[in-house]
Design a protein around this ligand. Structure first.
Ligand SMILES: *Cc1c(COP(=O)(O)O)cnc(C)c1O
Length: 339
């Protein structure tokens, strides 16, 4: 792997040596086993193909300066996958199977974990699907859990740069009492049209408003939203936001840095009072927001001066990355160090 250009990897799929699979059949999960096949053979009536019984996760492994491999907050992802299973009536994947599969997939693809200096990491994608045949609308009897990995580049190749995002009032990502709080593929299918429209208009993402009143901020497609003002980290509370593990981590770090942390409803107009704003998620940790345009209402909220990320976003970003790479102490036991 010496010939790999580790610092310039895209955020995309690259074939690695193995993926790890466990099957639920006859009431039990099989021991996770590795395969070198990239294919899955499925029954054409599998519930994942017709009725959207699919959930996924996303987490990362990092190579430290000491050469050790660190996986960030794996237990949180295992717990969130259980809540996704409950949300769409899939067989609950045991935490032990989740963790064993993730560790195995990382270890068996060790040669794909980027070196510390590159700023790249190994993205881990667990997914769970209903596999048995069903034509009536009912949950499957059988399930397949797969974990594959792929090396990904540093999200900010040209530095930590703020991007513009847009409010598109004619689209919703999730219903107030729907599946917004769980990590299922269906939510993503539902967000593709708005996402494409935003890209065409020159924005990097959509900031959704609450679907019922179009009054409060919800989240940004695949990332949670937060704003900073008066030494306070503020993130929306709603019944349709996916609980981001990055956001949860940033709330803790903000508190440790002496900031106040608020999770509450945020009316759109309050955007005008924020000193900084960002989106957060595993892929980028934080994407600072340059400005938010509410195009239908002809409003625009700007958060940056001369296109630079603000001091709080930068500090939070550096702090979280330092914990992930093992440069700073892991005082909350967020990191699993592999031996
Ligand atoms: C995965 C995801 C996030 C980010 O969650 P992290 O755990 O921080 O990666 C945010 N919003 C949605 C809708 C997601 O699916």
């Amino acid at each position: 792997m010496d010939s790999m250009d580790w610092a310039n990897l895209p955020f995309g799929y690259m074939k690695t040596d193995y993926n790890v699979r466990s099957y639920f059949k006859d009431g039990k999960w099989s021991t996770p086993e590795a395969t070198d096949s990239e294919q899955i053979t499925l029954h054409m009536a599998a519930t994942c193909l017709h009725y959207g019984q699919e959930a996924f996760e996303g987490l990362k492994a990092f190579r430290g300066k000491d050469g050790k491999i660190r996986i960030f907050r794996m237990r949180e992802n295992a717990l969130r996958m259980i809540s996704s299973c409950e949300g769409i009536l899939m067989e609950k994947l045991p935490i032990e199977i989740f963790e064993e599969s993730v560790i195995k997939a990382v270890k068996m693809n060790e040669r794909f974990i980027p070196p510390y200096e590159s700023g790249s990491s190994l993205y881990i994608r667990p997914l769970l699907i209903g596999t048995s045949a069903q034509v009536g609308v009912k949950p499957a009897q059988e399930y397949l859990f797969v974990v594959f990995v792929t090396p990904v580049g540093p999200y900010f190749k040209d530095g930590f740069k703020p991007t513009p995002i847009v409010i598109l009032r004619s689209y919703d990502r999730a219903a107030p009492l729907g599946t917004g709080t769980i990590k299922v593929g269906g939510n993503y299918a539902a967000s593709l049209v708005a996402g494409k429209k935003a890209q065409e208009l020159g924005y990097s993402a959509v900031l959704y408003l609450d679907a019922k009143e179009k009054k409060y901020l919800d989240e940004c497609g695949p990332a949670n939203f937060f704003g900073i003002k008066d030494n306070t980290y503020i993130t929306p509370k709603s019944s349709s936001i996916l609980p981001s593990i990055t956001n949860k981590s940033l709330m803790q770090l903000a508190e440790d840095m002496g900031m106040k942390v608020e999770r509450r409803q945020i009316e759109e107009d309050e955007l005008a009072t924020f000193e900084e704003a960002g989106e957060c998620g595993t892929a980028a940790v934080i994407t600072p927001i340059e400005r938010i345009d509410d195009i239908e209402e002809n409003k625009s909220y700007v958060f940056t001066k001369n296109g630079e990320a603000g001091p709080v976003c930068t500090k939070l970003y550096n702090k979280l990355r330092a914990i992930q790479y093992g440069d700073e102490p892991d005082k909350y036991n967020w990191v699993t160090v592999l031996d």
